[in-house]
Design a protein around this ligand. Structure first.
Ligand code: TRP
Length: 334
């Protein structure tokens, strides 16, 4: 029996290079060896987008197409929509008894997010909703209702996994040994930096290269990317480590070309415009197979829906199974 791997994504926008190198690449490897459940977490997305349901709905399909476009195989991965699994909501209610409000308030991920969402939750988080504060509980339900053992996540998610394990231990100590403690699988690449040199590439920062960007957009974005600000003239020597163009060459170009970029840049033997043009070409070469695959799914909307329906069916069966065991243990198997 293959081990169960589970992860989720909030459908709030298209995937960018940060998602690809931070997560997608790992998923591609893992789909070969594991029983892979991939949750499109629309209910979780609504916790901070409750006033914008259209956005969430649109992005359920957008993000699914992005994931298929990078090469995830619907025969190997169960793509499913969170809201179609009512057991998750049900289990969230049961788990809510096993966690204190103050523990949730101390969760570093939740704290960070509240601080970033001042408009929604107030300057000091005084308008925080019950739903948002409780989303780690719901995420613990996401994971355990599928017996998720291995959870690929970025390091920002570690406090949520810790919280999930605490709930599991509490549940097992009261109701019997039913649930598995999930383990994280951290991705090997850490964050991908933004076009502006920011440590993080992100939608809200406006510094992202998206997998759906077309050639014209790629050209515009790379032409504006941050380079070593000390380099004034074309033949000034510069420091490639202070340059986002070199940084992306390392991600998408061959090692050979990247080495040439580095040594020529240090010697002052390469102008930034030429260097950017080379990167535009390499980036488009990298994105081309992704664009091609996406187009196939774009042209066949029924197929995307069918993939989600099939994955959701598998997820529903699994969730029903686990839920039966949980209700037995909790003596609510009327
Ligand atoms: N909280 C995750 C994020 O924002 C998304 C997510 C939802 C998730 N359910 C999950 C991640 C279950 C891992 C496991 O990226």
């Amino acid at each position: 029996m293959k081990k169960i791997i589970l992860t989720g994504l909030r459908p709030t926008g298209n995937l960018h290079l940060g998602h690809y190198f931070g997560a997608g690449q790992n998923y591609l490897k893992m789909q070969e060896d594991y029983d892979f459940y991939l949750e499109i977490a629309d209910v979780q997305a609504l916790t901070d987008n409750f006033d914008n349901p259209e956005k969430v709905r649109k992005n359920v399909y957008e993000i699914t197409k992005d994931l298929l476009a990078i090469g995830l195989d619907p025969n190997k991965v169960h793509f499913f929509i969170q809201s179609k699994i009512p057991e998750i909501a049900e289990l969230t209610v049961f788990y809510s008894n096993l966690v204190t409000v103050s523990r949730l308030q101390r969760n570093p991920t939740v704290k960070n997010e509240i601080a970033q969402k001042k408009e929604l939750f107030g300057t000091n988080g005084e308008s925080i909703t019950y739903g948002f504060l409780g989303y780690p509980v719901s995420q613990a339900a996401d994971i355990t209702v599928f017996d998720g053992e291995l959870i690929p996540v970025g390091d920002d998610q570690l406090p949520l996994l810790e919280q999930c394990r605490e709930i599991v231990r509490k549940f097992n100590s009261i109701y019997g040994n039913i649930l598995k403690e999930p383990q994280q699988v951290l991705s090997n690449t850490t964050r991908v930096k933004g076009l502006d040199g920011n440590e993080k590439m992100g939608k809200s920062l406006g510094n992202a290269i998206y997998l759906i960007d077309d050639e014209e957009t790629i050209k515009k974005k790379i032409m504006m990317a941050l380079t070593d600000t000390n380099k004034i003239k074309k033949d000034d020597p510069a420091d490639p480590d202070k340059c986002m163009v070199y940084y992306y060459h390392k991600l998408v170009n061959t090692i050979e070309n990247t080495n040439t970029v580095c040594s020529e840049c240090k010697k002052g033997a390469r102008g930034c415009v030429a260097c950017k043009k080379e990167l535009i070409e390499a980036m488009n070469n990298f994105l081309e197979p992704i664009r091609k695959r996406r187009k196939q799914y774009e042209e066949n909307k029924d197929l995307v829906k069918e993939i989600l329906d099939n994955g959701t069916q598998v997820a529903q069966n699994k969730a029903k199974d686990t839920m039966k065991k949980i209700k037995d243990a909790m003596k609510i198997d009327y």
